[in-house]
Design a protein around this ligand. Structure first.
Ligand code: ASP
Length: 366
């Protein structure tokens, strides 16, 4: 009987042949031609990723791997108790439990790892990394993902902060005026007002349903050698139905990396991104020759086409939610785009990090 070890031994030889074979495959029409060592390393991320892109570029400039760079970058936001959209301090599901989603891809080795509905681990991206490095699987979910994380040395902790718990308590009280939970107004002066009451309002168009906050971090990088990696990590839609999985941990939706072409990730309404295979679509459009920003806009037009539900459209028939894409190609060109104007994304090139305005399909207020 051939054991897995024997198989790996023989296939290692075959791998060399395969690599030679791949090298001779002609690039697709319009695919970016890359001259090694001519790329200026660039990292792009969602607007909350200024520190993440800075860290990712630092790691890569110090000779580190592209995937280690982006994971180290997003770990800052995952561990930040004040970012209520990712990791520790993320807003919980309707039961008050924080459930996290994350995926990552390593361009040079074509590796992928992901976790969904993971509870109690501050850095789901690191668990996704362990799935990629230490298992033969791509996606682990729920209790199994948590058991795997514990086996790899991750610590289970309470991910609710005082702030995120209070926001959930208030949301629960506002769900119905026929239950026994009191809103701050109903309880008179007995409950001190929430300090951050005003920061509830991610704007209507940024939220999934006009009421609930969203948020995620995606970070993608290209190195001097044209190697690419990306990661997306989130606590997902606030107050979601337990077990709901967004786009972030779905390879091809919330993230896609092809080392021949580029890396792309998304934030915003995950259901819309899943239905259109969002990030994979952006990569395929770039493979066909589109610049990153044009590929992002074209993939967003598909989201608009797929939005047929009246409850998800404004009076002009446009989506009443937002989706953002962030992309970088193998040449170091990058772009970000959203359905609605006003979005920004983070970029780091040459050690300098800044925000740039995302391109968009529709002007807010128009
Ligand atoms: N895309 C995430 C989700 O649907 C949420 C977000 O990006 O804000 O879970």
């Amino acid at each position: 009987m051939t054991t897995r070890r024997d198989f790996l031994k023989t296939s290692a030889g075959a791998g060399v042949g395969a690599a030679v074979g791949l090298g001779s495959v002609k690039p697709l029409r319009g695919a970016p031609a890359v001259h090694r060592s001519m790329v200026t390393p660039v990292a792009v991320a969602s607007g909350n990723g200024l520190e993440a892109v800075t860290t990712a570029i630092r790691v890569v400039n110090e000779g580190g791997d592209t995937l280690d760079g982006v994971v180290e970058g997003v770990n800052i936001v995952e561990r930040d108790p004040n970012d209520s959209s990712v990791g520790f301090g993320g807003l919980p599901n309707l039961d008050g439990v924080v459930q996290l989603d994350s995926s990552l891809m390593h361009g040079p080795s074509r590796g992928a790892g992901a976790v969904a509905c993971l509870e109690g681990i501050k850095t789901p991206s690191r668990v996704a990394l362990d799935v990629m490095r230490y298992t033969d699987h791509v996606l682990l979910v729920g209790k199994g993902a948590q058991r795997f994380a514990v086996s790899m040395g991750h610590q289970v902790e309470d991910l609710l902060t005082e702030r995120s718990r209070r926001r959930w308590i208030e949301w629960r009280a506002r769900m119905s005026d026929r239950d026994d939970y009191l809103t701050p107004e109903e309880s008179g002066n007995r409950v001190p007002p929430f300090e951050d009451a005003e920061d509830y309002g991610t704007s209507l168009l940024d939220s999934h349903d006009g009421v609930r906050p969203l948020g995620t971090i995606n970070c993608n990088i290209v190195s001097r050698d044209g190697d690419l990696s990306g990661v997306t990590t989130t606590s997902g839609l606030a107050w979601k139905i337990p077990g709901r999985v967004g786009d972030s941990p779905i390879v091809g939706a919330g993230l896609y990396v092809d080392n021949d072409v580029g890396a792309c990730g998304s934030t915003g309404r995950g259901e819309a991104v899943i239905k259109t295979c969002g990030s994979h679509s952006v990569i395929e459009l770039m493979r066909a020759g589109m610049a990153p920003v044009d590929a992002c806009l074209e993939a967003l037009r598909r989201v608009v086409t797929f939005t047929t539900e009246a409850r998800l459209r404004d009076p002009e028939g446009r989506p009443n939610f937002n989706v953002n894409y962030y992309a970088v190609n193998k040449n170091g060109e990058y772009g970000g785009a959203a359905i609605w104007s006003g979005a920004r994304f983070a970029v780091c090139m040459d050690g300098e990090a800044r925000h740039e305005d995302s391109a968009y399909l529709f002007e807010r207020g128009s």
